[in-house]
Structures are given as C-alpha cells and as structure tokens.
Design a protein. Structure first.
Length: 296
C-alpha cells in the first residue's frame, strides 16, 4: 500500500428503504456488518465497512433508508444522518430496484449534491425477466441527472460486484489508507452485537412488532474463549413484550439462539447470550431519549 497511485475514499450507499443497501455493503466487504430484514428502517446508523485491496481502500458508508412516511424523533435523526453523509464522501452509490423509480427514490436523488460523482446501482438484477427494458429505463433517468456510471448488480448473489468496484475506484482520490488492511469496520463489537440481535427480532417477529423496537447491550464481558453478552430489547407496551417473548418463551429463545450463532461467527469464539425484554413507552418520540439510546 506504499504505491504512489494507491486510492482511498468514502463511498456512501443511499436509497429508499428496502432496496438492498445493507446487503450490498455486506457483499462488497465480504462480512456481515450491516443487518438486513424485510422491514423499513432496519438500518439506523451510519456504518462504515472497509474493503482493502492491493490498489485501493474503499470505505463504504451504509445509511438508513431515507424515510418520508414517519416523522417521529427517531426518523428525523435518521434522515439527518443520510443528509450529513452525502456532504462528506467522495462517491455516492444510489441503489434502486430495476424498472422501479418512484417518489421516494426521487427524494433521495434530489438530496445528492451535483458535485459528487454519482453511480446508479440497479440492485436485485436476478429478479428482472425483461432485461431489454433496462436501457430505456436508465435512459429516462439519465435525462434528469448525469451518472458517472450505471452498474446492474445482484448483491444477494454476488453478481457484478467487481465491475462496481472498478467504477468506484476511478473516482477515489490518490491517498494513504484510513484503516489498517485487516479492519472491516470502525464500529465496536458491542454495537455489532446489538445490531445482530435487533436483526433477529425484526426477522422473526416481523410486522407484529413496530420498527421502533431497539436493542441495548447492558454488559459485555470479553474472555479468551467465551464472550458473555447481556442485552435488553426495548418495546412500547406489554402486549408487544408478550408477542416478542412468545408462548413459553419460545420466540425469544429462538431469537437469542440465532443471534448467538451469528455472534460466534463474527467473534470467532463461543458466546453466552442473555436477552431480556423491557417496556419503554415513547422512547423513539423525543430527541433526548433517541440520543440516550445511541442515535446521533
């Protein structure tokens, strides 16, 4: 990495909810850093994922899906995160679904500064049957904004990611790396643990539980062969608590079991995980409580 033409830069991944931004980040980095679920606003934090090659270091910034439907304190905070990221990067990836560009996509597009190179990423290519329609679709979009490149990919299948990296690299400045080559993210393990638990809550409870549920890590005890993690899931009321726990506690047992398996893969060691459920009504409605639970 002492090469004189080594490139390093920040690459924002933006788009409306559920277009596959976090799946794309994970696929590019080669590690599960950002959680995924079929639920709007699964991603709530700015998450940096680092990929270092012989020629470049890509620092991918995964952002929350820009939210237009809900206006509570949590979503105002998440939208500020998206807007802030866009003024602080070298390249922007606008992720959309092929043949679909609606009002929510348009709102995200309008947030992106004209001065930043913009790459249009058509994700979920594997779901498209009539690919002959892609060129007219892209041509129509190009009438309202100039794109540095247009790259169709399938993040879930790992298709055409090298082509995307090649396009991004052209727009990164010549610079020394920001992170060590072994680094995958700038987020601490406690943060990743909370996110993995929250993913299982969203995946296994689905629409029965409002998206405002969150997870906090009460205690993280590191050991050489065993990591002990104690966490709490916050919900809005007793009915949600009952739903999350399930009959005889079976649902919560499954959430903890699946989260523990992912944590063991991430940490490379055995994990003892204990998860509790606590009612904290209205936590997402005020700026103070949102900040108190780690949202900036």
């Amino acid at each position: 990495m002492s090469k004189p033409d080594f490139r390093t830069g920040l690459v924002a991944i933006v788009g409306r909810p559920n277009v596959g931004k976090s799946t794309l980040l994970n696929a590019l980095v080669g590690q599960k850093l950002s959680i995924t679920a079929d639920k709007p606003q699964t991603t709530r934090h700015r998450i940096n994922g680092v990929l270092t090659t012989e020629q470049a270091q890509y620092v991918f910034v995964d952002t929350p899906g820009y939210q237009t439907r809900h206006k509570n304190a949590l979503n105002r905070t998440l939208n500020r995160t998206v807007r802030g990221v866009l003024n602080d990067v070298n390249v922007v990836l606008l992720v959309i679904e092929p043949l679909r560009f609606g009002a929510e996509d348009q709102q995200v597009l309008e947030l992106i500064p004209e001065s930043v190179p913009l790459i249009l990423v058509l994700n979920k290519l594997d779901t498209v049957k009539g690919r002959d329609k892609l060129l007219p679709f892209v041509a129509q979009l190009a009438q309202q904004r100039s794109f540095a490149a247009v790259v169709p990919v399938s993040a879930s299948k790992g298709k055409h990611l090298q082509e995307l990296l090649a396009e991004i690299k052209q727009h990164l400045p010549v610079a020394e790396p920001m992170f060590d080559p072994e680094d995958l993210t700038d987020r601490p393990v406690r943060f990743l643990a909370a996110e993995l638990i929250r993913e299982k809550v969203f995946r296994l409870v689905g629409d029965e539980l409002p998206y405002t549920s969150t997870v906090i890590i009460d205690k993280f005890e590191e050991g050489e062969t065993l990591q002990r993690i104690f966490a709490t899931v916050l919900v809005e009321n007793d009915n949600q608590k009952a739903i999350l726990i399930g009959a005889q506690g079976e649902r919560m047992k499954r959430i903890a079991s699946e989260a523990r398996a992912d944590l063991e893969k991430l940490l490379g060691s055995k994990v003892y995980l204990e998860v509790w459920v606590k009612v904290k009504s209205g936590w997402a409605d005020t700026e103070a409580s949102v900040r108190a639970y780690g949202y900036e």
